[in-house]
Design a protein around this ligand. Structure first.
Ligand SMILES: *Cc1c(COP(=O)(O)O)cnc(C)c1O
Length: 219
């Protein structure tokens, strides 16, 4: 029994929040342990590592890609990926759509917003997000579905900074939902919160959290 896992599950299931277990750098045996406790959603940030793990683990795992995705790597995950959380450009979305078509399926995506102070974190800003959603090209993509937004807060101990970034992301989420997705019911996911800040993220409206080190130990 993984005590940490069970206490997180209790909290999340009461609030109907999805838990993505971030298994990057962790061996398949540890993933399998959590799988055997009932966990099905796992997140990886590198395509090659993901490919290697997929082949060694049960087929009913729902794999989430949470790290920056290069266009030339989309083809390696297109047949099986459950949710690409890190879409940060129209070009990438076009490529995902193409490979979804080739695989005769739809691929669900989240658009990643840059909300942190660090320059190094990937993602669109608010202006770019509107630009993308207003293009004819985006509207013509039939094999992708945007299920919501993802963001990472600044890596800081200042909880006010983190809270404000999550509030900002939630505000954008509601705005985008009402402007572009009001007649559809699939724009529902707000993926925010990691081991260090998931409690704040939940208070600010996360529907999905991505937790690694709290479940698997430090990397
Ligand atoms: C690594 C990672 C996480 C999980 O981080 P922890 O601090 O280990 O919980 C969440 N989201 C993204 C995008 C990550 O790269």
């Amino acid at each position: 029994m993984n005590e940490q896992y069970n206490s997180l599950l209790k909290l999340f299931s009461a609030k109907k929040i999805s838990l993505v277990a971030v298994s990057k750098t962790k061996p398949v045996a540890e993933i399998l342990n959590l799988y055997n406790e009932g966990q099905r959603d796992f997140g990886e940030n590198k395509v090659q590592e993901l490919q290697e793990k997929v082949n060694q683990l049960p087929q009913d795992i729902r794999w989430h890609l949470i790290g920056h995705l290069q266009k030339n790597k989309v083809k390696y995950v297109a047949s099986f990926i459950h949710l690409i959380q890190s879409v940060d450009s129209l070009d990438l979305l076009i490529e995902i759509n193409k490979h979804a078509q080739n695989n005769n399926r739809f691929i669900s995506c989240l658009l990643q917003l840059h909300i942190a102070k660090e320059e190094t974190k990937f993602g669109l800003n608010e202006v770019e997000l509107h630009e993308l959603l207003n293009t004819e090209m985006y509207r013509s993509l039939k094999n992708i579905q945007i299920n919501g937004l993802m963001g990472m807060a600044t890596n800081t101990n200042d909880t006010d900074v983190i809270r404000n970034e999550f509030k900002y992301l939630k505000h954008i989420f509601e705005d985008i939902k009402s402007k572009y997705f009001s007649r559809r019911n699939h724009f529902i996911e707000l993926s925010m919160g990691m081991s260090s800040d998931y409690l704040i993220a939940i208070e600010e409206g996360a529907t999905m959290v991505r937790i690694g080190s709290l479940l698997f130990g430090n990397r």
